[in-house]
Design a protein around this ligand. Sequence first.
Ligand code: GDD
Ligand code: MG
Length: 351
Amino acid sequence: KIVPVIMAGGKGTRLWPLSRAAAPKQFIQFIGDKTLFQETLQRVSDPALYEAPVVLTNEEFRFLVAEQARELDIGLAAILLEPVARNTAAAVAAAATLVSKRFDQDTIMHVLGSDYEIVADDTYFDCVRIAAATAAEGKLVTFGIQPTEPATGYGYIEGGEALTTGARVVARFIEKPPLAKAEEMLAAGSFYWNSGMFMFSVSCLLDELRTHAPETIKAAGEAVANAKTDLDFTRLDRSAFSAAPNISIDYAIMEKTSNAAVVPSPFKWSDLGSWDSVWKSGSRDEHGNVAAANTTVVNTKNSLIMTHGVHLAVQGMDDIAVIASEDAVYVGRLQDSQDVGSIVKMLAAAP
Ligand code: GDD
Ligand code: MG
């Protein structure tokens, strides 16, 4: 069986004001009745395929994680708490160390982000099975999404020679390219987007970490060895974990390894990184609006209207996002969605 490892410690500032420091993107409800974290948990809840999941997060979010799992009645194997944010390489290294203590070295880990949406249909689970078979052959496996625009916020994967499992060798992995490079890769047609999910055997990942990220695995290994467990929570040792470099698994391992594979993945995937992408992936009415409950929308087209607080009425507007939380309202053009993070920075800097 596969051990799921869910990364749920990121901040998600472009979705302000619904995504907040106290409750970022992965823990809030967008249009549906579950949070992205809960949807992620559900995707790995089939006991025929998966062990109980390990969740990686920090002190601040520990109750959100525990509560949202309990709401779905999903038992967690562990909630690993990072004492300082050291990005995903260190977090995954800690999880791999923990898994290597509890299971044998051939165990396959499925590492998942918790901040994108996936339609978990048969197509998706076919890809998961191909990935698991490829990981069992000693590869670090990624899921390759067909790109639709020259987005600069994703990893790009060039597909190489075909493997017998149905996956392909990764010729190159390029994390967050500049726009010109992204445009080039989109035009070339041989690149996928990295979905943000990975699959590998514990031994394979530990080998790669020792080769490409020795400080990370050393720090994470010691942080697990000296961790303290209290109820559901395992607290990594602060002084050990602090020594880990602040780097994502994409830069630390995926760009460097020559041992990666990609599963061409036709399932529906959406990063939901900005209001624009929430609008695109939402179910639009005949006027092109995505409007949540508790809103009234008149003479308005192609807009996103969401509220977690007051009733919102919008009239005579096109192509905009109107987002209300309990204590803040955002109004802006959907095309400016990528810049919402700069407002959050201004607010953080304000006295
Ligand atoms: N536990 C923990 N600790 N989780 C973290 C940390 C951390 O320090 N930092 C980020 N995360 C979580 C986030 O909550 C998210 O679920 C996931 O790890 C990925 O982190 P992001 O910071 O959102 O990464 P990204 O979106 O910029 O890029 C990654 O995802 C893209 C697809 O969505 C990369 O893997 C890209 O290559 C990929 O295309
Ligand atoms: Mg992300």
